[in-house]
Design a protein around this ligand. Structure first.
Ligand code: AMP
Length: 402
């Protein structure tokens, strides 16, 4: 089913949700709260680099790339004039058929960096492509980016994510879509049922590889990669390149080139500071005062568990803030609704668990507040990456009990 008529233009795959299946990816549901690494509070303090200190001069324009005119026009329609650094460096190499490891922070434009070469190749003929992402939200966001970049072409896609109708996915798969976007668990389910045969898939993107490994998807990822066509092009994106990520990539790629546009541990354009409290009972009043400040326009607040997130969101709503929550205990439809309202500015505050917030791309989030400290520094980096997107300075505040 082509992009221009249905599939990518309708939302069946993402809207037809079942609320009774518990999400596989929720790791934040323990009542006692998660085990945490000790992180010295000084690591939560950092002055953002003024944005104009780092003006990247792109080597290419989108028009320079040998890509389908439909894509060029759609990029113009999206307002993409100049390639972002990761796009500038990745797209020519990917178009040349290279395997790539892209090391890039969140919000750098990495989705289009792989979407453009992938969609171009798919439009040229019968290349089948698979994109694997750690969370449902990210898979849906990738789907959204693909739809707008491929609009008007005859490409088709299926989105295979948990918590979403199996029937619809099975129907989509019967139409032999050229593009599959999904999360590891559900993709593997389809392979095991025999509803998905990856043997002809010769282009694969693994997005946020480090996160997928953190979430325990190593076996699913290995199974998926081993079922693909042995002759293929592979693109891997990760915020970090530790030994686990390297090992996986080395096993499943062919002499990849590494493209890194990461400039530091944390998002360079996020201004980071701590909020000290003497006792945790003071936190809610401090938070209330912060939220009343003029500078906070749109904020994600992180807390540890589904319960604490729900409690905090209810408390803030009672206090008159436009607040809602997003966590793994909510159905996919509820999560989508909250996210939509947040994007549309109907909400000022979104309270979230780490997993649920992963992959959220809302470009005008001004603040990230860590109401509880993150479980690890890696989680911290991912959390604060929600602010300071699309070239804006963002702010991250972390509550620390003295
Ligand atoms: P991503 O890292 O793919 O989540 O992208 C981050 C944000 O940047 C998204 O809101 C994209 O729509 C936007 N974006 C990506 N590439 C470009 C570009 N070349 N020009 C302007 N905005 C872009």
């Amino acid at each position: 089913m082509p992009y221009k008529t249905n599939n990518f233009n309708n939302r069946r795959s993402s809207n037809n949700f079942r609320t009774n299946s518990r999400p596989r990816q929720n790791v934040n549901n323990n009542r006692g709260g998660p085990k945490k690494d000790y992180i010295n509070p000084s690591r939560f303090i950092k002055v953002a680099k003024p944005i104009d200190q780092e003006v990247y001069v792109a080597q290419y324009d989108f028009d320079d790339f040998a890509i389908n005119d439909i894509i060029k026009q759609n990029l113009k329609n999206k307002g993409y004039v100049t390639p972002s650094p990761i796009q500038d460096k990745t797209i020519p190499q990917a178009l040349a058929g290279q395997d790539i490891i892209g090391i890039a922070n969140t919000g750098t434009g990495k989705t289009a960096a792989f979407a453009i070469p992938l969609l171009n190749l798919a439009m040229m003929g019968d290349t089948y492509a698979l994109v694997v992402a750690p969370t449902r939200e990210l898979a849906q966001q990738i789907d959204g980016e693909f739809r707008t970049i491929a609009k008007g072409s005859s490409l088709s896609a299926a989105v295979l994510i948990g918590g979403s109708s199996m029937g619809v996915q099975l129907r989509d798969l019967k139409t032999n879509p050229q593009i599959i976007i999904g999360t590891p668990g559900r993709i593997k389910d389809h392979i095991e049922r025999g509803s998905l045969n990856l043997a002809k898939f010769s282009f694969v993107v693994l997005d946020e590889v480090d996160r997928m490994l953190d979430m325990g998807f190593i076996n699913d990822m290995q199974t998926i990669l081993s079922k693909l066509s042995p002759t293929r092009q592979s693109l891997f994106f990760s915020a970090t390149l530790d030994s686990r990520v390297k090992t996986l990539i080395e096993t499943f790629s062919n002499d990849p080139i590494e493209i890194s546009i990461k400039t530091g541990d944390t998002s360079e354009n996020v201004h980071q500071d701590v909020v000290y409290v003497n006792h945790s009972s003071e936190k809610i009043e401090k938070l209330h005062n912060l939220l009343n400040g003029d500078d906070i326009q749109k904020v994600i607040i992180f807390d540890d568990t589904q319960r604490s997130v729900e409690r905090l969101s209810t408390e803030l709503a009672l206090r008159g803030f436009k607040a809602d929550s997003i966590h793994g205990g909510k159905s996919q439809a509820q999560r989508q609704r909250s996210l939509h309202k947040f994007k549309q500015n109907e909400l000022k505050v979104l309270v979230a668990t780490d997993v649920a917030a992963r992959g959220i791309d809302v470009s005008d989030i001004t603040h990230v507040i860590n109401y509880s400290t993150p479980n690890s520094y890696d989680d911290y980096v991912h959390r604060i990456g929600r602010a300071g997107r699309a070239g804006n300075i963002g702010y991250a505040l972390t509550f620390v009990t003295k």
